[in-house]
Structures are given as C-alpha cells and as structure tokens.
Design a protein around this ligand. Structure first.
Ligand code: ASP
Length: 591
C-alpha cells in the first residue's frame, strides 16, 4: 500500500522511526560522495533528506546526485532523529532528517533565475517576471497564508454578526470615487461602455434599499490613478453597509473585524479605538491620519510670532497663514545633518523652510537667533514648553503647508528621537470630516468623500450659505499613520441627495443621467444606512510587516501598472478592435 503524503515541514522529533512519503521542490544539494543531502520544500516547510550509499538503493542515490534546484521530487524514507550536536534549533524540522530509500522525479526544472530562498538579491522586476518562483519563497508563502487567515477571520466575524456576502457586478456604470475609470467596450451595444467599479458604493446602497440590512463583500475595485508604492490599479476592499445604523454600530463592527483580522498576525487591536474629530486631528497633529504611537502634539505659535518683525513669520501671517511648531523631547541632540534633512523634508511638503531652536544646558541655539527678538524667542520657548535638551521645530507658511510639513516632521522627528514603538499598533477613528472641499482652479465645490455622504443634521442650513463649514457624517479608521478605511452614514432621502448634487454643480439632468437609478430607488422607501470600506491589501501588508502592497498580493502590477509576468497591458489584434467598433490608435512604435 502506498504511503500517504506527509507535509515535509511538519516532521518533528516524535516522528522518528516512521516511514513516510514527501513531495516537493529540491532546494539545496550537498554531495559528499558517500552521502548526498537534499533539502526538500513544500508549503508546510523544509526538511533535510539524506541519501546514504551504505543504506539506500543505488538508483535512489544516483537520482539524488542528479537533482537540481526546483526539480519536483517524490521521496520515500524513514524519519530519523539527528544526533544532538547536529540538530538545527532554528528550523522547525531541525531535530530530524529523512533517510531516503527512493527518489522519483515528478518534474524537472531549468536553472532558476534566482534561488528560491527568503534571502534573495533578485531585483523586484525579476521577482515579478518569475512570480511563480518568487511565490515559492517561504516568506511569500507565509504572507499569502496570513492573508487567507486574515480574510477568513474577517469573514467569520461578519458572518457571525449576520452580514451577508453579496457579489456586485464588475461590468457596470461609472461610480464616483474620484479616480479615473477603467472602461470596457460593449461589443453588443456599439459605442457604449461599461466601467469597472471604483467601489460597489451604489450597489451596496441599493442592497440596503432592497432590505438586506447587513451586506459585506471582499470586493475588487478598480481605479485608474497615478500609482504610488502603496497603490494598485486593482485592489481589494472589505466593503460593508448596514441599515438603520448609528456611527457607533459601524465602529463596533469595524473594531471587531480589525481585532479579528490583526489577531491572525498576533497583533492586538486595543478597543475601543480612541476618536478625534477631523478638526482636532488637524490642529493637534497636522493630518487626518495621525500616528498615535507617540503623542508629540503641534503647538500654535501664531500669537507669539505676530509682530515679531521676523521676516518669515511676518510673511506667513500677512498672507493669512500660521506659525506652528513641534517640540521634540531630547531633540537637542539631533545632528546638524539631521536638522538639514528635516529642513529639506519641510520644503518637500511645501513649506518655505524650517526654523529650529535648541535648548542645551541653559543655552539657546538657533540659526534664527539673530533675526528673532529675545522676548519673542523666549515666548516661543515658553509656549512650546521647551525644556533643557529639547528641540523646537517651527514652520511658518501662508497656506496649508504648515500642517503638511509639520505632520511629516512629526513622524520623522519621532523616529529620530526613538519615540516610535514598532511593536505597537495605535488605532483611532477620525470623524466629522468636512462634507465639501473647494477646487480653486475649477471654482467649484467637490465632495471630500463621495456625493452620497450625509451631512450632519445641524449643519444642513449651511449647505447653500457656507458649504465649507458643513461637517459630514464621515469617518476614517487609522492605524500608525495609515488610513485603513473610510466610510459614512449616507443620504437616504431623494430631496437631500438632489440638494447636495445641486451644491456640487451636478445639474438635475446630469444627476438623472448618472445616478437616476439611485434617485429613483431613494423614492421607494430607503432605510437610513451607512457603511465603510477598508483596504484589505493594506491591512495584510501592515500585519505582515511588509513594506509594499506587492508583498501581499499574489500577482501585483508594477508602479507603472504593468504585469511583468503576463506582460499586460498588451496590444490586441486589429480584428478584435474592429469587432468592438474601435479604430486602432495611431501607434508610432508599431507598423
Ligand atoms: N465607497 C467608499 C470608498 O470606496 C467607501 C464607503 O463610503 O463605504 O472609499
């Protein structure tokens, strides 16, 4: 009777004496003549296999001598405990080895372009081109196993709370999440186009109107926007929607699912998550996604800086801006080089520059000391509560750059000062976002989130008169400075939806053309509803401690949106375009 297959990576000391069969890929081979050692890897891990001419049939040893990296082999043998001195404590299977009696090649491999091991010096391009080999590396296997476990725990949490997973279409109409659409031509309806969903937003609202009360979906979303290291054209959202919810109901579910998901990586999400309003977050940390692993609040020095005669302060204040600062405890020890780097960082974020002030052994040093009257300097230090050994980083700017620059400085300075505890995961909610922003160039109001977000009831009268002051019932969930998800309570009345469209400059005609089905549905008894969408890829990357989303997506695209393995996007035959009624674009690179 043939032996059942045993996971290679699960063999342990107590298995000694068992006859087993393993299947997997050859890793390394060491040929000592009489003895040949192979490492064999499958999904469960790696085990050492020994071929001993004294104990093993000749064909098996000869076959082992032929084995090359990434050949697929089937091996039978006996599990043997290793001598004490030869145990590898750092390997899960290190107490044993398999003494082989048979080796069969199930498949041979060409010489791989890089070694299938965690430590690799292959470039990312090569890894993406040979993704199947890259995914064999234990680190990548571990990431995708973790991703599965996170998704499973999240699904279980939602299922247990009565959420239904309902799929929504991929071929649909444009949905307004603020990015460009990917369009798909219709062959049947010449000249008409589907859009791939930027999110299932409108469908999940419709599902609430359809009476399902609790919906979720691990939904693929498509956004044609400029890619950054942490973005992909297509990504996965944990998308959910509830009927009759308050913000509290949404927060409870999301905290529970994040707690469950992160627990797969042994990460504790301490609940309840603290909350800040958007205004508080901006005032205190200069950003709507604050890293709360450290406090370091910003201080407003505008009053102290006013009338100082110091040119950069005067310029900022006369332009209607602000002077704000950050006290870095122990920051007086920062080197000149570090301070220069912080200065460059402030500029990168749009600020004119950075004024630093150090207090060491009662002495105050600063390049701005000459320009700043002594009294002003003293009041800045006092307001900033700068103690001996501290550093004050001051940014003045006429525009919003003060916040962007100080938010960036806050992160960099905290890291430099050793205030970031990388073992902590500090979650928080940011609430009460503004409903609308103003696009100066277009001279128009735009939705900060999407146009279906409900305004706070008490701010409704301001929609026409002071739209910039209307707060939305919108919220973001943030961890360690990363936005994990964003959502809102929605508008559930057609009249209010139409009023918001008007404010956004969407004419009645355009509103009907683009969202007529939603406006109609809202007229047939729409329950109050709300929800959120969380980035699953980002959650997995953070949980895996990965630096890029590409480490937790099996087949990601590069930052320029290409798949190096399949070589997508690609040209298509002219006939295929003609069938779709599309004339081939003039392409100078093709004849
Ligand atoms: N549809 C929104 C988004 O993709 C999330 C939501 O409002 O639920 O950002």
């Amino acid at each position: 009777m043939s032996l059942s297959r045993q996971p290679a990576g699960e063999l342990r000391g107590p298995d000694a004496g068992r006859r087993i069969r393993i299947c997997g890929w050859v890793g390394r081979r060491r040929d000592l003549g009489e003895l040949i050692f192979l490492t064999v890897r499958d999904r469960s891990g790696i085990v050492q296999v020994l071929f001993d001419r004294a104990r093993c049939p000749r064909e098996a040893v000869d076959a082992a001598a032929e084995a090359r990296a990434e050949d697929v082999v089937e091996i039978e043998g006996e599990v043997v405990a290793r001598a004490e001195a030869q145990r590898h404590r750092d390997q899960p299977t290190g107490d044993v080895e398999v003494v082989a009696s048979r080796l069969t090649f199930l498949s041979r491999s060409d010489t791989p372009p890089f070694l299938v091991e965690d430590r690799t010096n292959a470039t990312e391009e090569l890894r993406l081109q040979y993704r199947y080999l890259d995914l064999r590396r234990p680190a990548m296997q571990k990431n995708l196993v973790l991703r599965d476990e996170i998704a499973f725990r999240i699904r279980r949490t939602l299922h247990e709370r009565g959420f239904l997973e309902i799929e929504t279409p991929m071929l649909t109409r444009s949905t307004p999440e603020g990015a460009r659409d990917f369009l798909v031509p219709s062959r049947v309806h010449r000249g008409q186009w589907y859009a791939l969903p930027q999110s299932p937003q409108l469908f999940k609202q419709i599902l609430m109107i359809s009476g399902f009360e609790k919906y979720y979906q691990l939904a693929r979303c498509f956004r044609d926007e400029d890619l950054r290291a942490d973005r992909q054209f297509e990504f996965t959202q944990i998308d959910l929607e509830m009927s009759f919810p308050t913000e509290e109901d949404v927060f409870e579910v999301v905290e529970a699912l994040l707690e469950a998901g992160f627990s797969a990586a042994g990460i504790e999400a301490t609940r309840p998550f603290p909350r800040l309003t958007f205004a508080e977050a901006m005032d205190r940390y200069g950003t709507d996604r604050p890293d709360l692993r450290f406090d370091l609040p910003l201080v407003n020095l505008t009053a102290e800086a006013a009338g100082s005669g110091f040119a950069p302060f005067e310029r900022a204040l006369s332009g209607g801006g602000a002077v704000r600062a950050l006290r870095v405890p122990g920051g007086a020890a920062f080197s000149r080089k570090t301070l220069d780097e912080l200065g460059a960082l402030a500029k990168e974020h749009g600020a004119g520059g950075l004024v630093w002030i150090k207090r060491v052994s009662g002495d105050v040093t600063s390049p701005a000391k000459k320009g700043l009257p002594e009294g002003v300097l003293a009041s800045l230090l006092e307001k900033g509560r700068v103690a001996d050994g501290d550093l004050l980083l001051v940014v003045a700017d006429a525009g919003k750059a003060v916040f962007a620059a100080l938010a960036a400085l806050r992160g960099a300075a905290a890291r430099e000062a050793g205030l970031v505890d990388d073992s902590r995961y500090a979650f928080c909610w940011v609430t009460e976002f503004p409903l609308l922003g103003f696009d100066e160039a277009a001279g128009q109001w735009f939705p900060m989130n999407h146009p279906f977000t409900a305004p706070r009831e008490e701010d409704l009268p301001l929609i026409e008169s002071e739209p910039g002051r209307v707060r939305a019932r919108a919220y973001d969930v943030v961890v360690n400075g990363w936005e994990l998800g964003s959502g809102s309570i929605r508008i559930h009345r057609a009249d209010l939806q139409e009023r918001v469209f008007r404010r956004l400059g969407i004419s009645e005609e355009e509103g009907r053309e683009r969202f007529g089905f939603l406006l109609d549905a809202l007229r047939f008894g729409a329950p109050p509803h709300g929800g959120i969408a969380l980035g699953l890829d980002r959650i997995c990357a953070i949980a895996a401690g990965a630096t890029s989303l590409r480490e937790v997506i099996a087949f990601p695209k590069t930052t320029s949106g290409t798949c190096l393995m399949t070589r997508a996007p690609a040209h298509v035959p002219r006939a295929q375009l003609e069938e779709l009624g599309i004339s081939p674009p003039a392409d100078p690179t093709r004849r």
